[in-house]
Ligand binder design. Sequence first.
Ligand SMILES: C[S@@+](CC[C@H](N)C(=O)[O-])C[C@H]1O[C@@H](n2cnc3c(N)ncnc32)[C@H](O)[C@@H]1O
Length: 257
Amino acid sequence: MHPDTLSILCNPYNGEPLMLEDKTLVGVSSGQRFPIRKGIPSFVSVKHTPRRNRFWQWLYDRVAFAYDFVLKVGPRINYGTEQKVRQEYIANLEIESGAKILEVGVGSADNFQFLPVNCDCYGLDISWNMLLRAQRNLTTWGRSAQLFHADGQYIPFHDNTFDLVFQMAVLQHYADPFIGIREMARTTKPGAAVIVIDEVSAAQRTFKRLPAHAQFARDKASALEALPRLVPHGMRDIKAEILPSGEFYALEFRKPT
Ligand SMILES: C[S@@+](CC[C@H](N)C(=O)[O-])C[C@H]1O[C@@H](n2cnc3c(N)ncnc32)[C@H](O)[C@@H]1O
Protein backbone atom coordinates (compact mmCIF):
# COMPACT_ATOMS: atom_id res chain seq x y z
CA MET A 1 0.00 0.00 0.00
CA HIS A 2 1.24 3.47 -0.91
CA PRO A 3 2.24 5.40 2.30
CA ASP A 4 -0.01 8.43 1.40
CA THR A 5 -3.04 6.17 1.11
CA LEU A 6 -3.34 5.83 4.89
CA SER A 7 -4.48 9.48 5.14
CA ILE A 8 -7.53 8.87 2.89
CA LEU A 9 -8.55 5.50 4.33
CA CYS A 10 -10.97 5.08 7.24
CA ASN A 11 -12.76 2.33 9.10
CA PRO A 12 -15.81 1.80 6.82
CA TYR A 13 -17.97 0.81 9.80
CA ASN A 14 -17.48 3.87 12.01
CA GLY A 15 -15.46 6.41 9.98
CA GLU A 16 -12.47 6.51 12.36
CA PRO A 17 -8.95 7.06 10.94
CA LEU A 18 -6.63 4.08 10.71
CA MET A 19 -3.02 3.50 11.67
CA LEU A 20 -0.63 1.00 10.14
CA GLU A 21 0.85 -1.68 12.41
CA ASP A 22 3.07 -4.07 10.53
CA LYS A 23 0.76 -5.55 7.84
CA THR A 24 -2.50 -4.55 9.52
CA LEU A 25 -4.64 -1.41 9.53
CA VAL A 26 -5.96 -0.64 13.00
CA GLY A 27 -8.85 1.68 13.94
CA VAL A 28 -7.41 4.46 16.12
CA SER A 29 -10.17 4.33 18.73
CA SER A 30 -11.90 0.94 18.31
CA GLY A 31 -8.73 -1.07 17.73
CA GLN A 32 -10.60 -2.97 14.97
CA ARG A 33 -8.06 -4.71 12.75
CA PHE A 34 -8.02 -5.02 8.95
CA PRO A 35 -5.31 -7.24 7.42
CA ILE A 36 -3.29 -6.35 4.33
CA ARG A 37 -2.69 -9.43 2.20
CA LYS A 38 -0.71 -9.42 -1.05
CA GLY A 39 -0.67 -5.62 -0.77
CA ILE A 40 -4.51 -5.42 -0.64
CA PRO A 41 -6.17 -4.10 2.54
CA SER A 42 -9.18 -6.22 3.42
CA PHE A 43 -12.21 -4.55 5.02
CA VAL A 44 -14.97 -7.08 4.31
CA SER A 45 -16.65 -8.16 7.56
CA VAL A 46 -19.16 -11.00 7.70
CA LYS A 47 -20.94 -9.22 10.54
CA HIS A 48 -21.66 -6.09 8.47
CA THR A 49 -22.08 -7.54 4.97
CA PRO A 50 -25.74 -8.05 4.00
CA ARG A 51 -26.68 -11.59 3.01
CA ARG A 52 -27.32 -10.62 -0.65
CA ASN A 53 -23.86 -9.02 -0.92
CA ARG A 54 -22.29 -12.11 0.66
CA PHE A 55 -23.98 -14.25 -2.00
CA TRP A 56 -22.43 -12.20 -4.84
CA GLN A 57 -19.07 -12.26 -3.08
CA TRP A 58 -19.30 -16.06 -2.94
CA LEU A 59 -20.35 -16.29 -6.58
CA TYR A 60 -17.67 -13.95 -8.01
CA ASP A 61 -15.02 -15.67 -5.92
CA ARG A 62 -15.96 -18.86 -7.75
CA VAL A 63 -16.26 -17.49 -11.31
CA ALA A 64 -13.25 -15.14 -11.13
CA PHE A 65 -10.97 -17.65 -12.87
CA ALA A 66 -13.14 -17.57 -16.03
CA TYR A 67 -14.21 -13.90 -15.94
CA ASP A 68 -11.65 -12.47 -18.39
CA PHE A 69 -12.30 -15.30 -20.84
CA VAL A 70 -16.04 -14.55 -20.84
CA LEU A 71 -15.34 -10.83 -21.38
CA LYS A 72 -13.09 -11.61 -24.33
CA VAL A 73 -15.33 -14.16 -26.01
CA GLY A 74 -18.71 -12.56 -25.12
CA PRO A 75 -18.73 -9.78 -27.74
CA ARG A 76 -17.54 -12.20 -30.45
CA ILE A 77 -20.56 -14.43 -29.94
CA ASN A 78 -22.79 -11.39 -29.60
CA TYR A 79 -23.16 -11.79 -25.83
CA GLY A 80 -22.68 -8.66 -23.74
CA THR A 81 -21.71 -5.15 -24.86
CA GLU A 82 -19.42 -4.27 -21.92
CA GLN A 83 -16.38 -3.72 -24.16
CA LYS A 84 -18.39 -1.34 -26.37
CA VAL A 85 -19.43 0.66 -23.30
CA ARG A 86 -15.81 0.88 -22.18
CA GLN A 87 -14.74 2.12 -25.62
CA GLU A 88 -17.65 4.51 -26.19
CA TYR A 89 -18.20 5.88 -22.70
CA ILE A 90 -15.40 5.16 -20.20
CA ALA A 91 -12.64 6.05 -22.70
CA ASN A 92 -14.38 9.37 -23.45
CA LEU A 93 -14.81 10.60 -19.89
CA GLU A 94 -13.14 13.99 -19.52
CA ILE A 95 -10.57 13.31 -16.84
CA GLU A 96 -7.98 15.84 -15.73
CA SER A 97 -4.37 14.84 -15.39
CA GLY A 98 -3.63 13.57 -11.86
CA ALA A 99 -7.32 13.01 -11.01
CA LYS A 100 -8.02 10.57 -8.16
CA ILE A 101 -10.53 8.01 -9.43
CA LEU A 102 -12.34 5.25 -7.56
CA GLU A 103 -14.05 2.33 -9.31
CA VAL A 104 -16.45 0.48 -7.02
CA GLY A 105 -16.76 -3.20 -8.01
CA VAL A 106 -13.58 -3.01 -10.08
CA GLY A 107 -13.72 -6.70 -11.06
CA SER A 108 -10.69 -7.65 -13.14
CA ALA A 109 -9.84 -3.93 -13.64
CA ASP A 110 -10.78 -3.89 -17.33
CA ASN A 111 -12.06 -0.31 -17.16
CA PHE A 112 -8.69 1.00 -15.95
CA GLN A 113 -7.23 0.22 -19.40
CA PHE A 114 -9.57 2.87 -20.82
CA LEU A 115 -8.65 5.63 -18.34
CA PRO A 116 -5.76 8.06 -18.97
CA VAL A 117 -2.43 6.71 -17.66
CA ASN A 118 -1.74 9.90 -15.72
CA CYS A 119 -4.67 9.49 -13.31
CA ASP A 120 -4.50 7.99 -9.85
CA CYS A 121 -6.67 4.81 -9.93
CA TYR A 122 -8.24 3.07 -6.92
CA GLY A 123 -10.44 -0.01 -7.21
CA LEU A 124 -12.47 -1.87 -4.63
CA ASP A 125 -14.32 -5.15 -4.88
CA ILE A 126 -16.13 -7.52 -2.54
CA SER A 127 -14.58 -10.56 -4.25
CA TRP A 128 -11.02 -11.37 -3.23
CA ASN A 129 -10.46 -13.60 -6.27
CA MET A 130 -11.59 -10.85 -8.67
CA LEU A 131 -9.05 -8.54 -7.02
CA LEU A 132 -6.31 -11.12 -7.57
CA ARG A 133 -7.30 -11.19 -11.26
CA ALA A 134 -7.19 -7.39 -11.31
CA GLN A 135 -3.73 -7.44 -9.74
CA ARG A 136 -2.47 -9.91 -12.37
CA ASN A 137 -4.02 -7.92 -15.25
CA LEU A 138 -2.55 -4.62 -14.04
CA THR A 139 0.92 -6.20 -13.96
CA THR A 140 0.41 -7.57 -17.51
CA TRP A 141 -0.75 -4.18 -18.81
CA GLY A 142 1.99 -2.28 -16.97
CA ARG A 143 -0.68 -0.12 -15.26
CA SER A 144 -0.65 0.88 -11.63
CA ALA A 145 -3.70 1.09 -9.37
CA GLN A 146 -4.39 0.49 -5.70
CA LEU A 147 -6.85 -2.26 -4.83
CA PHE A 148 -9.07 -2.74 -1.77
CA HIS A 149 -11.23 -5.62 -0.58
CA ALA A 150 -14.46 -3.98 0.53
CA ASP A 151 -18.24 -3.90 0.17
CA GLY A 152 -19.49 -0.96 -1.94
CA GLN A 153 -22.08 -0.34 0.79
CA TYR A 154 -19.18 0.38 3.20
CA ILE A 155 -16.51 2.33 1.29
CA PRO A 156 -13.29 2.56 3.38
CA PHE A 157 -12.40 6.15 2.41
CA HIS A 158 -12.97 9.48 4.10
CA ASP A 159 -15.64 11.91 2.81
CA ASN A 160 -14.73 14.16 -0.18
CA THR A 161 -11.72 12.12 -1.37
CA PHE A 162 -12.13 11.44 -5.11
CA ASP A 163 -12.42 13.51 -8.31
CA LEU A 164 -14.62 10.79 -9.82
CA VAL A 165 -16.33 7.73 -8.33
CA PHE A 166 -17.87 5.28 -10.79
CA GLN A 167 -19.10 1.73 -11.11
CA MET A 168 -20.16 -0.54 -13.96
CA ALA A 169 -22.46 -3.58 -13.72
CA VAL A 170 -22.42 -3.60 -9.92
CA LEU A 171 -25.54 -1.77 -8.67
CA GLN A 172 -27.77 -4.74 -9.56
CA HIS A 173 -25.92 -6.83 -6.96
CA TYR A 174 -26.42 -4.54 -3.94
CA ALA A 175 -28.75 -5.43 -1.09
CA ASP A 176 -29.46 -1.69 -0.82
CA PRO A 177 -28.71 0.41 -3.93
CA PHE A 178 -29.61 3.62 -2.03
CA ILE A 179 -26.80 3.02 0.48
CA GLY A 180 -24.38 2.05 -2.30
CA ILE A 181 -24.96 5.29 -4.23
CA ARG A 182 -24.92 7.36 -1.02
CA GLU A 183 -21.49 5.94 -0.22
CA MET A 184 -20.25 6.91 -3.70
CA ALA A 185 -21.54 10.48 -3.20
CA ARG A 186 -20.00 10.68 0.29
CA THR A 187 -16.51 9.82 -0.94
CA THR A 188 -16.67 12.14 -3.99
CA LYS A 189 -15.25 15.67 -3.66
CA PRO A 190 -17.68 18.62 -3.78
CA GLY A 191 -18.32 19.54 -7.43
CA ALA A 192 -17.11 16.13 -8.67
CA ALA A 193 -19.11 13.49 -10.53
CA VAL A 194 -20.57 10.11 -9.60
CA ILE A 195 -21.37 7.71 -12.44
CA VAL A 196 -23.35 4.47 -12.21
CA ILE A 197 -23.45 2.29 -15.32
CA ASP A 198 -25.52 -0.88 -15.39
CA GLU A 199 -27.79 -2.94 -17.59
CA VAL A 200 -31.23 -1.47 -18.26
CA SER A 201 -32.86 -4.85 -17.60
CA ALA A 202 -31.03 -4.98 -14.26
CA ALA A 203 -32.55 -1.61 -13.30
CA GLN A 204 -35.98 -3.18 -13.75
CA ARG A 205 -34.97 -6.11 -11.53
CA THR A 206 -33.56 -3.70 -8.94
CA PHE A 207 -36.83 -1.76 -8.69
CA LYS A 208 -38.84 -5.00 -8.62
CA ARG A 209 -37.22 -6.09 -5.36
CA LEU A 210 -37.71 -2.68 -3.66
CA PRO A 211 -41.34 -2.83 -2.47
CA ALA A 212 -41.88 0.97 -2.55
CA HIS A 213 -40.56 1.16 -6.13
CA ALA A 214 -41.96 -2.01 -7.69
CA GLN A 215 -44.20 0.01 -10.07
CA PHE A 216 -41.09 1.25 -11.93
CA ALA A 217 -40.15 -2.32 -12.91
CA ARG A 218 -42.94 -2.63 -15.52
CA ASP A 219 -40.78 -1.65 -18.52
CA LYS A 220 -37.39 -0.23 -19.41
CA ALA A 221 -38.69 3.32 -19.91
CA SER A 222 -40.24 3.45 -16.40
CA ALA A 223 -37.06 2.06 -14.85
CA LEU A 224 -34.94 4.67 -16.65
CA GLU A 225 -37.27 7.46 -15.55
CA ALA A 226 -37.11 6.27 -11.93
CA LEU A 227 -33.29 5.96 -11.70
CA PRO A 228 -32.83 9.54 -10.35
CA ARG A 229 -34.82 8.41 -7.26
CA LEU A 230 -31.74 6.43 -6.21
CA VAL A 231 -29.66 9.64 -6.01
CA PRO A 232 -29.20 11.18 -2.53
CA HIS A 233 -31.03 14.40 -1.75
CA GLY A 234 -29.29 17.65 -2.73
CA MET A 235 -27.16 16.34 -5.63
CA ARG A 236 -27.19 18.32 -8.89
CA ASP A 237 -27.02 17.81 -12.69
CA ILE A 238 -28.77 14.44 -12.39
CA LYS A 239 -29.00 12.66 -15.75
CA ALA A 240 -30.04 9.12 -16.73
CA GLU A 241 -29.59 7.91 -20.31
CA ILE A 242 -29.43 4.69 -22.29
CA LEU A 243 -25.98 4.32 -23.84
CA PRO A 244 -25.71 3.85 -27.64
CA SER A 245 -25.05 0.11 -27.38
CA GLY A 246 -28.63 -0.15 -26.02
CA GLU A 247 -28.12 -2.63 -23.17
CA PHE A 248 -26.60 -0.26 -20.59
CA TYR A 249 -27.69 2.98 -18.90
CA ALA A 250 -25.56 5.66 -17.28
CA LEU A 251 -26.83 7.54 -14.22
CA GLU A 252 -24.68 10.62 -13.58
CA PHE A 253 -24.81 13.39 -11.00
CA ARG A 254 -22.54 15.91 -9.26
CA LYS A 255 -22.04 16.60 -5.59
CA PRO A 256 -22.81 20.26 -4.82
CA THR A 257 -19.88 22.56 -4.05
C1 LIG B 1 -20.18 -7.82 -13.59
S1 LIG B 1 -18.73 -7.54 -12.63
C2 LIG B 1 -18.20 -5.94 -13.25
C3 LIG B 1 -16.73 -5.72 -13.03
C4 LIG B 1 -16.21 -4.41 -13.61
N1 LIG B 1 -16.88 -3.27 -13.03
C5 LIG B 1 -16.35 -4.39 -15.11
O1 LIG B 1 -16.94 -3.44 -15.65
O2 LIG B 1 -15.83 -5.32 -15.75
C6 LIG B 1 -19.41 -7.11 -11.05
C7 LIG B 1 -18.34 -6.90 -10.00
O3 LIG B 1 -18.96 -6.30 -8.86
C8 LIG B 1 -18.45 -6.90 -7.69
N2 LIG B 1 -19.43 -6.69 -6.60
C9 LIG B 1 -20.66 -7.25 -6.48
N3 LIG B 1 -21.25 -6.79 -5.36
C10 LIG B 1 -20.40 -5.93 -4.78
C11 LIG B 1 -20.43 -5.15 -3.60
N4 LIG B 1 -21.48 -5.17 -2.76
N5 LIG B 1 -19.37 -4.37 -3.31
C12 LIG B 1 -18.29 -4.34 -4.13
N6 LIG B 1 -18.19 -5.08 -5.25
C13 LIG B 1 -19.23 -5.86 -5.58
C14 LIG B 1 -18.25 -8.35 -8.08
O4 LIG B 1 -17.39 -9.03 -7.20
C15 LIG B 1 -17.70 -8.20 -9.49
O5 LIG B 1 -16.31 -8.08 -9.51
